[in-house]
Design a protein around this ligand. Structure first.
Ligand code: NAG
Ligand code: NAG
Ligand code: NAG
Ligand code: NAG
Ligand code: NAG
Ligand code: NAG
Ligand code: NAG
Ligand code: NAG
Ligand code: NAG
Length: 618
């Protein structure tokens, strides 16, 4: 029965009013009071009406309903004999006649905690211990009740429950350590529960994360006593994560080890993640998360975000991690070959952080430059042969520099250089024709007055040498030179042909060197004699000029040197036979077997032939 009542106190209370049987009692199954104060246990009982007892007595037992067990007597109406623990402490407030067994126990001490049973004594055998009993609890702390979950920002009520079952002593409840809680207010309320009473003090406030872990106290005092009971509760306030510390945007140098730390305040613990753009790099539950990026490369440059999340919310913080590095080796889109006059555009690009300064140099001179640009373009609206050459593209920033060389090749038609001329010496004429072109040109010497054209395949007379884009051809004629002789140099490549009549220069120094000091005196005499010839030849020459070369800027040269006018020149046969060049000039060779010249295959070495010093006049 006792168990039944305990387990279903409410059910029991309902039954009591309606179905009060002949032997039944009612009292609160649980009642509590503070140590040192008192408690009044309200109690009623019933017995069969037909008994009509002359006197009604009652006994309160402690912890056992059975007299045979000699339980401590708490109160006895027949005598004053009670257990020593209860002496002077108990008083029956109810009137047994009116079936009111309300009991007061004063000066409560902890050992009085336990079950209290009432036994009705109606005389004779009509004695009965009611199984219904009260469980008394002696406490020394108020109960603080907090809601299951306290979340930051939503108003909460914390209550302090103080039993109020001693009419003589009224509890006074106050709160401690609550003054700075946001929007706090306190109000009291009396609550009844199964005829026991409690004073409930409510503390209302708006919780914040700063209040988490705060100990809030409730104090109970009684007027005119020194009794003081207090209880504390630690506030457990849930709140969304807040990132308290995280790196700000930073520049790092490629190859270094980078550490990023994100510290989070949250309750409960947050899941912290480090993301780069959208990718999760590292994730863990805790108060902070460290991201290690060892030997960082430019590929890891980007926006890093720390995200902290718990069931109450989510926060993120982003930072830019700039990885600095020296420029890459510049790339030139292609090695360029262009024809003079064409537009040319050459792109040189590199990559670095910060952006590089790219400069294109030619011959140590900057030709184009781009500051903080990944690429520069070298442009020629119309490329010239002077633009041909080796270029160097250099990309640099404060972390280093790299360069790439490239060649711009410009193809252009021949240009006959200024040094092209003929030099007449005592018994030879040497003509130099130098032409610049790309690709290499073929130089041809034309002697219109003799109807002869020679080129370097005629090794006997022409020697060529090449130096870069310049080809120099030397034509050597031996013996006397007719006054009408003029020589046209023609240079030709696939882009064009350039003709130029070569000017004659008198080579005194050469002559003096050849003849020596004694010969010089002789030669000087001859020179004076020759002056007469010169004045004669001038008239003839003017008549023999070929109109086809009149447009050249250099008119035929008037020879003033020691050349004799060959009288038989006009009568000679002209043609492609190279012997005409020599035979008809009346030149003979000292070192060369002249007869061999008729067969092309038997030519002697070019070097020997080119060495005009070996040629002698007959
Ligand atoms: C029983 O007695 C107490 C004390 O006198 C009284 O307060 C209470 O109201 C009585 N109960 C009933 C049911 O009359
Ligand atoms: C406390 O004591 C004062 C004076 O002694 C008295 O006036 C007052 O009523 C007492 N209060 C209580 C609750 O007993
Ligand atoms: C990030 O912050 C942490 C802690 O403040 C520091 O140790 C670390 O060096 C910082 N990282 C960078 C790249 O500045
Ligand atoms: C850093 O990375 C580069 C390229 O991957 C590598 O060559 C170098 O040895 C690394 N350095 C260290 C200290 O690991
Ligand atoms: C960071 O927060 C902002 C605003 O609260 C949101 O728009 C953004 O998507 C978040 N970023 C990440 C990576 O969660
Ligand atoms: C080099 O790149 C530039 C720009 O892209 C382009 O205009 C040019 O034609 C390219 N040159 C060559 C030779 O490919
Ligand atoms: C450019 O041409 C020169 C001469 O022909 C050569 O020595 C050099 O290696 C070339 N440079 C490049 C980058 O091709
Ligand atoms: C050169 O030869 C051609 C034919 O081979 C001839 O027609 C021309 O008249 C000649 N010129 C001279 C100046 O002899
Ligand atoms: C040089 O002249 C010869 C005949 O004299 C000719 O066959 C040859 O084609 C010429 N060479 C060039 C490169 O013009």
């Amino acid at each position: 029965m006792a168990l039944f009542h305990k387990a279903f106190p409410i059910f029991w209370m309902l039954l009591e009013g309606v179905l009060a049987g002949p032997w039944s009692a009612w009292m609160p199954s649980e009642i509590s009071a503070f140590e040192g104060t008192c408690v009044v246990i309200p109690c009623r009982f019933s017995y069969p009406d037909e008994l009509r007892p002359s006197a009604v007595h009652g006994i309160w037992y402690f912890n056992s309903p059975y007299p045979k067990n000699y339980p401590p007597v708490v109160y006895k109406s027949r005598t004053n004999i009670v257990h020593e623990s209860y002496m002077g402490r108990t008083r029956l407030l109810g009137d047994l006649i009116f079936r009111n067994c309300t009991l007061q126990i004063s000066r409560l001490s902890p050992e009085l905690t336990g079950k209290y049973y009432f036994r009705g004594d109606l005389g004779g055998y009509n004695q009965y211990t009611y199984p219904e009993h009260s469980n008394l609890k002696i406490i020394n702390k108020p109960t603080i009740v907090t809601p299951q979950e306290v979340v930051e920002g939503s108003e909460v009520e914390v209550s302090c429950v103080v039993p109020d079952n001693c009419p003589e002593m009224k509890p006074i409840v106050s709160w401690m350590n609550h003054d700075d809680l946001a929007e706090n207010s306190v109000y009291g309320q009396v609550k009844e529960n199964g005829s026991t009473w409690a004073l409930v003090s409510m503390l209302k406030f708006l919780p914040s994360r700063e209040n988490n872990g705060r100990e809030v106290g409730c104090k109970v005092t009684y007027a005119n006593t020194t009794f003081e009971f207090d209880g504390f509760t630690t506030l457990d306030i849930k709140y969304m994560p807040r990132i308290t510390q995280v790196n700000s945007s930073v520049e790092v140098i490629q190859g270094t080890d980078v550490v990023l730390v994100c510290s989070v305040d949250s309750n409960p613990m947050a899941v912290i993640s480090w993301l780069r753009e959208e990718d999760v790099l590292h994730e863990d539950v805790g108060g902070n998360l460290t991201l290690h990026l060892d030997n960082i490369t430019y590929l890891e440059d980007g926006i890093y975000t720390c995200v902290a999340e718990n069931i109450h919310g989510k926060e993120n913080h982003s930072l830019a991690l700039a990885v600095m590095y020296a420029p890459w080796k510049p790339v030139v889109n292609v090695s360029v070959v262009a024809v003079e006059g064409e537009p040319v555009s050459i792109l040189c690009s590199s990559q670095s952080n910060p952006e590089p300064t790219i400069t294109i140099y030619k011959d140590k001179k900057a030709v184009t430059m781009g500051v903080y640009q990944n690429q520069v373009t070298l442009e020629f609206a119309s490329v010239s042969h002077e633009d041909d050459g080796e270029y160097c593209c250099i990309a640099e920033n404060q972390f280093g520099q790299r360069s790439t060389a490239f060649n711009l090749t410009v193809e252009f038609p021949p240009i006959i250089l200024q040094e092209s001329k003929c030099t007449a010496a005592r018994d030879t004429v040497q003509c130099i024709c130098a032409a610049k072109s790309n690709p290499e040109s073929v130089i041809t010497f034309e002697l219109p007055t003799r109807n002869v054209t020679v080129n370097e395949t005629d090794r006997e007379f022409v020697y060529s040498q090449k130096n870069g884009y310049t080809i120099t051809s030397i034509l050597t004629l031996r013996g006397e030179v007719d006054s009408q002789l003029y020589i046209v140099c023609s240079a030709r490549n696939l882009y064009g042909t350039k003709n130029q009549q070569l000017q004659f220069h008198h080579s005194n120094s050469l002559m003096w060197a050849k003849v020596g000091p004694v010969g010089a005196v002789v030669a000087f005499a001859i020179l004076i004699a020759v002056v007469c010839y010169v004045s004669q030849t001038r008239k003839k020459k003017n008549m023999n000029e070929s109109s086809s070369f009149m447009q050249t800027e250099n008119p035929p040269v008037v020879f003033s040197g020691d050349y004799r006018t060959p009288g038989n020149l006009e009568k000679s046969e002209y043609g492609r036979d190279k012997r005409l060049l020599t035979k008809d000039l009346g030149i003979d060779y000292a070192n060369i077997d002249f007869t061999k010249l008729s067969t092309k295959d038997s030519y002697t070495l070019t070097e020997e032939l080119a060495e005009y010093a070996e040629i002698r006049v007959k």
